[in-house]
Every structure is written in C-alpha cells, then in structure tokens.
Design a binder for this molecule. Structure first.
Ligand code: MOS
Length: 758
C-alpha cells in the first residue's frame, strides 16, 4: 500500500502561541492546516491503484421481501464487474444476526431476502467506475412482496424493554411518587414528543478495503478502532492482527461511527469478491437506515411542588421505538436521575417495535432527549409556582444524587448558573411571557436550561518512548472525529513525558497502535488521556531508575525523594540543582530508547463513592416573528464546569458544537417518515434541517473552573456532549417566554406558534 497517512506534526511552524506547560494551553488544532487546505485525506479520498467502486442498492420498502432483482441487466452493463446479492454473497464466519453482548448490533449483510426497514442494503454492485456502479445498481429494478409498515410510537403494542441505553434498568424508583403528588400544593403533568433524528455527519460512512490473501487493509472512519477490528475479525474468521484500519480523520460521527456499520462491512465483502481494492461511499439518503438514528420519544412528566417551591414528586415516563430485530432503547427518562432533589422519583420506559433500522447512540443519547422534556417540565412547574425558573432550579438542585444517593457536586453547578446568568443579564428578565419586543417588533424571550452529562471512563492503553536524541513518541489508537484529539491528547503526552509538545511524535488513528478505547460518551480525553499520562509516567519511572541506581549520575540515590521530569531533564525533587538530561541518562546506559506502557480505566472505588458529572447552565434568547411564527435563537450563553480543561480553545469549540446541537434539537431536526410506506420523506440535508451559521449567530461558552480529584488523576471530565443537554431546553423555554405558547412537540416549528386570528 502507498503511504497514505499525512504528516501530522507540530514542527511544521505551529500557528499557536504557548505560555508554559502543555496542558491548559489554547493550542490551535494540529491538523487544522491539513483540513483547511484539503491535504487531510479522508477515507473516501483514498485511491489505491486498481480500485473498483461499489454502490449499494437499498430497499424502497420498509417491510417485506425482495421478490426479484434483475441481476442480469446489471451485469450486462459495461463496466459492471460483480453483483452481490443474498444468492451469491460469500459465507461469513459469524452470523450477522448474532448478538453476544449489548454492544453488538445486528447488521444487514445480505443474509436473506427479508426487508426490515427502508434503505436496507439489498445488493452491492461493483464496477470500474462510480458511474457504472451507480447505473448498474439502478438497473436492478427490484420488485418486492411488501407488507404494511409499522412506523411511529403507536405502531404496535408496547412492552417494558429488558434494558435501556446500555443495560440500564427500564424502571427505577425511589420514594412514593403518588403520595408526593397527592401532598403537593402545585402539580403539573405534561407530555412532550421528540422526533426521530439522524446523525448526518458531514462525512458519510465510507470505506476503501483491500485484501492481500487473508490480510485486510481498510481506510474507514471509526470512533472505535479496536472494536471495529474485532468485529471484522469475527465476521471474516481472521485474526485481528491481520486487519489494519486507518482512521486518521473523521468528518464527524455523532455516535454513528462508534461501531462498524453494515455498509462498511459490505465494502469489505465486495473487495473479497472481486479480489481488488474496493471503495464504497454511502450516499446521503443511504445514511437514513443502516447506520443508526435517534428514535422518537413521547415523554410524560408529572411533577409536584410544595408551597415553598420544593419538589415533592418527579415522575418521568418515556415511550420510544426500536427496530423489529434488535434492541436499543433511548434512555430518556434517566435524565431525571441526577439533577433535581425530590423525595419521590420514578422513571420508566416502554418500547415499541417498528420497521426502521436499529436506533443507536446519538449526541448524548437519552441525556439530550430526556433533558429537553425535563427542563421544559421544570419550567412549567416554576411557572405554576409563580417563580423565576432559575430561582426554582437553584432551590431544587440535588446535593446528593437522588437515585444513587451519592454526593453530587452542586457547587460547580451553582457556579455555572451564577456566571452564566451574570453574563447573559438574566436579572432583567420579566417573569411573565410575551413582555419583550425588539426594535423590529419581534417577540423576545429568555429561557434557561440545566446541563449535565456523566463523567465516564472506559479502558485504553498507550505506549511511550523516550529516545536518546531527546525526543519522545506516544502511541495510541485514538480517534479525532473533529473534536481535536490530535491536539489535546498530544498536550497530555508532552506533559506526561516532561517534554515540549514539539519534541513529541504523537502517533494515533490506526488499529496497529495500542487500544485507545472508544471516542464516545464524552470520555475520550479522560480515557485516552489517562492511558497516555500513565504511559509517560512509566517511561519516566524507568528512566529515573536508571539514573538513581548509577553512582555516576547526579541523581544517584534519589530513589525515595523522587524526580520531576521537565524540559527533557529529570530533577531531584528535594534538590532541583541536581538534574540530568534524558539523553545523558540513556547514553550512559547505552540505550537508544526506553519504553513505558500505560492503561486507564474507571476507578471503581471512586465511582461507587461519588456521583460524577460535568455540569452547566445555558441561557438562551429567541426572537419570534409575531405574524409568521419564525423563530431564531439569537443569543446563547452557556457556562460549563467539566473538570480540568486540557485545551480551552478545543473545549470551547466542543461546547459551541453541543450548543448548536441543542438549538438544532429544539428548532430544526426532524426526520419525517411516511406512515403508509415507512419511507423517509426528507433524507437529505436540504429537507432535514440542521443549523447553519445564521441559525446560531451568537454562542458564548464560559469555562467554569472546577477541580474534581475523584474522576481520574488528571481531573478530566468530558465536554463533547454536555452542550446539547442544557441548550435544547433553554431554547424551548425561551420560545414560551417570547410567545406565551408552550409547545411540547420538538422541533418547535413556526406553524405551532401562529395563532388562529378571528
Ligand atoms: Mo457519542 S453518541 O457518545 O459518539
């Protein structure tokens, strides 16, 4: 294979200014220049010699079977090399419908003529050009035996799912909700609906696969390289070390690239069939089915409060959908486990099986969906109590996590509210709705939402090398999905090795490196970062041993005192006038280099003792045209406490992204399905709305200082997903404040705000 990894090195004249150590500095993105000049090559940009093009044919019905496809017509097309259908697809070593753990999702790999959802792959056409493959796929002209599609939250009988999210119980309660409601002096009950949403990463799922005997080379975007490698290995019955995956850049993932998807595997199958490298890139509409989505929800919240405005009961019930053939249930009600203290809390879920692809993790799964309903209901409860919604929240934040009983860092949360409110100017907000207009006569409303996201840790490994030339290497198969991992993780690597970032070669983004875990759950910086930190510490410790045990070193005998690693030198901790360079220590030991290894994982003792979350408070201004109902989120201010911030520039950028998702959740995203056919009616970025710059004209993210020594040794929490959680509710609440109309169906669209005039 030709060399296809671009050079990602800071030694190419960094654009940033540094002051002092590496962690905490607002370095610019190391891969930024590559990305803005087009030099960063994504999977679909790879053109190995002799590559053939694969195009999927996908189902235009949602349920039934493929009765006929015209393989002969497709094969007769000049340029078409192969047509793969269930009739000739080579056998796999593992059933694509096998499921041995909750993280293993069933794939559609042409195992039968059954159609389980619209846009399911039903054949693959491989040709010498993309055009020939596309035309060949069109010539297949499938005929179907179709059955009525079951679509939507009322399509079938519901049931209590075996678990929600990843193995959380579907029903949880503490205290007596009915008694709490009965004792309340004010009560609300409201039902909120959220729409199906699709990840819609800018970069579609794409793969270039090439077999060499039983060795496989793959370029494809992945949020979890080692898991992808493992799944491919099982499906094809080969050893994982025969599979080399390169994923240096992702054009976004949002959860849809956490697990390797069916279409990506079909690209590998196609390459095996034709014995040549094959490229397969999903068309935008083909991403509405086989690569996951966020399922719709209908959430009913019942809240009670006493005369002082303290919650007496909180009941959160969610109805959601999964596919007919696999289990993923959006854990929306779980959003009520964390933030608000109530003597009685109950959360529950029911599931409905529908003819769609299997839903999947998407942008704060459960947290985002549940948060917009919970934060709306909290607002409605405050309104019922005649209280300012921020004051109501401050009165009701938990000091102890209500369900788990673990201590909760509400101090950081309160500080987020204080700083955010000050910056936004919240104290000027009139209590009643529909009181503010701008100079153009637009209705102006202000809303608040609380943000929270668990601080998770997964498992990862890293390898560090210190070289005799004074440089260092850090290796970890981590993932930069646009969030800045190449930069932030390299900062941790440099500090871990006691070197300047320019002296560290940071190798990442391929499956032959130590397992970097998964870039998901907002846990990548903490997880990969701790493995990197520990690998650096291990290398330094080995180096220190060499010096401390050698009587010719100025560090001889430093063993118990310990050393400090800084600027490529080890210093005696108790006497910094005694030091020696890494290069000198290695030279004396006649070593070219020394290696260190690190792992990371959650600390179960800390996790069972403390509630671990990042927090935030989001304040939103919307303007609504009183005649047309047009809504714009004109100003959003979020203040977030997320432990140690490795790179404030990257973190702020992540928070802007999350806040943009929140605006999007509240006002834009809605996948529309035709209930008769089960087909998607807007599977494109023209009709499926996502915000453009004009939709988020003013975003501000305040980083609230927080030291949390319990989450991990570096004190890192996540910033990837928390932004969506407070923002969606804040925007929804601002729409009410602008108009006096409480819309409980999301996204809020202008038709719901146009009042019938007599
Ligand atoms: Mo995410 S939905 O944790 O990639």
């Amino acid at each position: 294979m030709p060399e296809i990894m671009p050079e990602i090195a800071l030694t190419r004249a960094p654009a940033h200014v540094r002051h002092g150590s590496n962690i905490g500095q607002p370095l610019t993105r190391r891969d930024g220049v590559l990305k803005v000049t087009g030099a960063a090559r994504y999977a679909a940009d790879q053109h190995p010699p002799g590559v053939l093009y694969a195009v999927l044919a996908v189902s235009s019905i949602a349920r039934g079977r493929v009765a006929f496809i015209d393989v002969a017509a497709a094969k007769a097309h000049p340029g078409v090399v192969a047509v793969i259908t269930p009739a000739n697809r080579p056998a796999l070593a593992q059933d694509p419908d096998a499921k041995t753990n909750p993280f293993m999702f069933r794939l559609d790999l042409l195992q039968s003529d059954r159609v389980r959802y619209a846009n399911q792959p039903i054949a693959v056409v491989v040709a010498e050009t993309l055009e020939a493959a596309t035309e060949g796929a069109a010539l297949l002209s499938p005929r179907y035996d179709s059955e009525p599609a079951r679509i939507g939250l009322d399509a079938a009988e519901s049931f209590v799912p075996p678990g929600v999210g990843v193995g959380n119980p579907a029903e949880v309660h503490r205290g007596d909700v009915e008694a709490g409601l009965a004792a309340a002096s004010k009560r609300i009950a409201a039902t909120y609906e959220t729409s199906p949403q699709y990840h819609n990463a800018m970069e579609p799922h794409a793969i270039v696969a090439a077999w060499d005997g039983d060795a496989l080379s793959v370029d494809t975007p992945s949020q979890g390289l080692i898991m992808a490698q493992g799944r491919i290995a099982e499906l094809f019955g080969i050893s994982p070390d025969k599979i080399h995956i390169r994923s240096p850049f992702l054009g976004g993932g949002f959860g849809s690239k956490g697990f390797i998807s069916g279409p990506q595997i079909l690209g590998i199958i196609a390459a095996r069939v034709v014995g040549k490298p094959v490229k397969l890139v999903l068309r935008r509409e083909q991403m509405y089915g086989p690569v996951g989505h966020r399922a719709p929800t209908r959430q009913t919240l019942r809240l009670g409060a006493d005369g002082d405005g303290k919650l007496t009961a909180l009941d959160h019930h969610t109805r959601t959908t999964s596919s007919t053939f696999d289990d993923f249930f959006e854990p929306a009600s779980d959003a009520s486990h964390t933030l608000y203290a109530s003597p009685a809390i109950a959360t529950s879920h029911e599931g409905v099986r529908v003819d769609t692809g299997t839903p999947l993790f998407m942008r704060a799964p459960g947290e985002a969906t549940g948060s917009i309903a919970l934060e709306s209901a909290i607002d409605e409860m405050a309104q019922a109590c005649g209280m300012d919604p921020l004051a109501f929240r401050l009165k009701n934040y938990a000091e102890v996590e209500p369900i788990s009983g673990k201590p909760f860092s509400s101090k950081a949360l309160r500080e987020c509210n204080t700083q955010g409110a000050r910056q936004f100017g919240w104290e000027r907000r009139p209590l009643a709705p529909r009181q503010m207009r701008d100079d153009d006569g637009l209705l102006v409303g202000w809303g608040v939402g609380t943000a929270t996201f668990p601080a998770l840790m997964f498992q990862a490994q890293a390898k560090a090398v210190l070289r005799r030339d004074g440089g260092g290497v850090m290796e970890i198969g981590a993932h930069d999905m646009g969030q800045g991992a190449w930069t932030a993780l390299a900062q941790i690597a440099a500090d871990g090795l006691g070197l300047d970032i320019d002296q560290v070669e940071f190798r990442s983004g391929t499956s032959d490196l130590p397992d970097g875990g998964i870039a998901g759950g907002s846990a990548h910086t903490a997880t990969a970062g701790m493995a990197i930190h520990n690998a650096g510490a291990d290398a330094i410790a080995r180096l220190a041993d060499l010096a401390a045990n050698n009587d010719r070193s100025p560090l001889f005998g430093a063993g118990n005192a310990g050393v400090i690693a800084r600027d490529g030198r080890l210093f005696r901790r108790d006497d910094e006038s005694r030091s020696e360079s890494y290069a000198d220590i290695l030279a004396r030991a006649r070593l070219a280099q020394i290696e260190g290894h690190g792992t990371s994982a959650a600390d179960p003792a800390a996790q069972s003792t403390y509630a671990m979350h990042a927090h935030g408070a989001v304040f939103a201004e919307v303007k609504v045209d009183p005649d047309l109902g047009q809504i714009r989120a004109t100003r959003v201010v979020g203040a977030f406490a997320a432990g140690r911030i490795i790179n404030p520039r990257m973190a702020r950028s992540q928070l802007y992204g999350g806040m943009t998702w929140g605006v999007s959740f509240a006002l834009h995203e809605h996948a529309v399905m035709d209930p008769r056919s089960g087909r998607l009616m807007n599977p494109n970025l023209g009709d499926y709305h996502v915000p453009v710059n004009a939709d988020v004209p003013s975003l501000e993210a305040i980083l609230v200082e927080e030291v949390d020594p319990h989450v991990n040794a570096l004190g890192i929490k996540g910033v990837g997903e928390i932004g969506i959680t407070g923002t969606a509710g804040a925007v929804a609440n601002a729409v009410w404040h602008a108009t006096g109309v409480r819309v409980r169906q999301f996204p809020i669209t202008l038709d719901r705000l146009i009042e019938p005039r007599s």
